[in-house]
Design a protein around this ligand. Structure first.
Ligand code: DGL
Length: 250
């Protein structure tokens, strides 16, 4: 099995890391639209247009399925991608919601969803969780976390004050936090600490691994996964981050 992974930029490497470490695929082809990132502050139609262009890009490769690592695209462009793609396309939102349903039995438990403005205003997580009967959900757009992570500030004052700012109105400590953005797994430990280690953290990469394993009954572990990285701007930077995050030679 070969998989194409699409993201608006470099953040989707957090999803590649999970796919890579679980050895699920013989090849991973990654495309990050680094020339046009961020998507999370753009409007729905722009995100859809970019998402369709990404499908065209992946038609140059022999892939068996596509994973949309970007939550903002999963929120707004998934259906449109599925319509024009030659292979199945999966987003991270369905997988994330499924992960919640496995971890939280009690439907009254408090779920906090954080993501970009696009992801939160799409209401996708909220609606899917409601359909499953969860009734205690808070959704907060936390876009400042994206540049904070890109600056490598995985802890410290700036992140701390951004967390205080975004979470000041929460009345309840969350039981689960959905990290609804590619970048947030990198600050997962800090967010969990902020909430006194209480919440279960839902990570898109781990969620999509579980989802795909179930869906395709993936058992085989590939000894070696070939990695190909493409970016619409500065591919060398993408590769240098990939090298660091995945601890591989590229
Ligand atoms: N990849 C985006 C997401 O997961 C975050 C960065 C952006 O805004 O493009 O929503």
């Amino acid at each position: 099995m070969r998989v194409g992974v699409f993201d608006s930029g470099i953040g989707g490497l957090s999803v590649v890391k999970s796919l890579y470490e679980h050895k699920l695929f013989e090849e991973i082809v990654y495309f990050g639209d680094t020339a046009r990132v961020p998507y999370g502050s753009k409007d729905k139609n722009t995100i859809i247009r970019y998402a369709i262009e990404a499908v065209e890009f992946f038609k140059n490769f022999e892939i068996d399925l596509m994973v949309v690592a970007c939550n903002s695209v999963s929120a707004y462009g998934l259906k449109e991608m599925q319509e024009v793609s030659n292979c199945p396309v999966f987003g991270v939102i369905e997988a994330g919601v499924k992960a919640v349903s496995k971890k939280l039995e009690n439907k009254d438990e408090n779920i906090l969803v954080i993501g970009t403005k696009a992801t939160i205003s799409s209401n996708r997580y909220h609606e899917s969780l409601k359909e499953l009967g969860y009734n205690n959900i808070n959704s907060i757009a936390t876009p400042l976390f994206v540049p904070i992570v890109e600056e490598g500030m995985f802890g410290g004052e700036v992140l701390e004050s951004a967390m205080r700012y975004y979470f000041k109105d929460l009345k309840q400590m969350p039981d689960a936090v959905i990290l609804g953005c590619t970048h947030f797994p990198l600050i997962s430990d800090e967010i969990k600490r902020f909430f006194q280690q209480k919440p279960v953290m839902i990570h898109s990469g781990e969620a999509i691994v579980e989802f795909l394993k179930e869906r395709f009954e993936l058992k085989k572990e590939f000894e070696k996964t070939d990695l190909k990285f493409f970016a619409s701007d500065n591919p060398d930077f993408l590769k240098s981050v990939a090298k660091k995050w995945l601890k591989v030679e590229i």
